[in-house]
Design a protein around this ligand. Sequence first.
Ligand code: IMP
Length: 427
Amino acid sequence: MISVILGTQWGDEAKGKLTDYYAGKADISVRFQGGNNAGHTIVVGDETFKLRLISSGVVQGKDVVMGNGMVIDPAILLEELAELRSKNVKIGNIYISERAHVIMPYHKQEDVILEELKGKHKAGTTKRGIGPCYSDKVSRIGIRFVDLIDETVFREKLDVVYDIKKKFFSSLGHEIEHSKQDIINEYGKYADFIREYVTDTSVLLNEANNAGKRILMEGAQATHLDIDFGIYPFNTSSNTVCGGVCTGAGVPPKSIGTVLGIVKAYTTRVGTGPVPTELEDDYGNHLAQKGHEYGTVTGRPRRCGWLDLMLVKYSHMLNHLDGIFITKLDVLNGLDKVKVCTGYEVEGKNVPHFPSNMDIFSKCVPVYKEFKGWDFDTDSVLADGLDSLPKAAKDYLLYVEKALGIPLFGVSIGPKRSQTLVLNEIF
Ligand code: IMP
């Protein structure tokens, strides 16, 4: 049985905590796209885990898979494993897809160079080499894990791509920072460490599914950062939508059961591009401060605004969400009013759905519904389910559920596992 958890906005919806919870019910936990541009924070007791590559289930000793749709920096993988071991996590089996692509040193350098050259079109990337690694995959000059673990093949492929990169960098007035021999030495060490984990994860996952295992597919980034449907060019380079599960993990569409969308109770955005509900006032400061809205990966401050249902509705259309989980409701505590964007207008005219045209999108003016503010004790309020919340907070949640027409599967009111109200399971 395969269930999927996806972000419905621009990422950082606090998915890590929920994937941790649902991974507890799963046998295998899987990442199917992206790389260490993701940052999933999980708090267990006094310990905080910030995972970038490995799927959240690792913290609970589950088997974890890094699917073919991922781009993986081996240095970061080794670091992450070392950190988990130093925190005494009992790590289950680790499987890396033979077909996943390897992030190379020149990808990171290229990320920085291209961002500089793009001027106002720069995406504000995480500079982790994600985009260039995916570009090489599509240009068919990428290096996959199956290549990395075979020294002869690795050298042959590197010979070709290194030459291309050298010419490309030089045409832009740069030199490759790492010599070919340094790369061979460094990546040879990674290969020795990683070899035992590399396998055909598509076969593994399909067999596990046929054997009745519960498989959690953990989305990274979010729907509106998707390479096709995100706000191009200010998006990431992978397919973050539910369809990405099939191409990024190698499982058929009909094997997918429940799809859960994570909705943060407000909107945040890292990087550039329009954000219609952005608040550059005390309300925005309140959200940033109370929500600790600084990037897990880059430490950059996130831009904050009211919840934007236009974003989430479009996510629903693309992903067919069976349920939504609303996170960080507590961050709205203490405000005199709370707003939700229910639609967009451009020059007084209704915009029927989330636009693909960035010029139109940058002109969208949000239409709001306003709610009374609320306050509650985040450590004691969930005993009686939704009824233990203040009426205004409950009204807000029920309004969002109704406006989207998607059942509410749960609410999170703080980083701890205890601060979670689960109304519906996904396995
Ligand atoms: P890249 O994925 O590093 O190429 O960055 C492309 C865009 O996606 C930038 O605007 C990033 O800020 C954004 N981005 C990438 N990963 C995340 C994430 O995990 N959360 C939020 N934004 C992200």
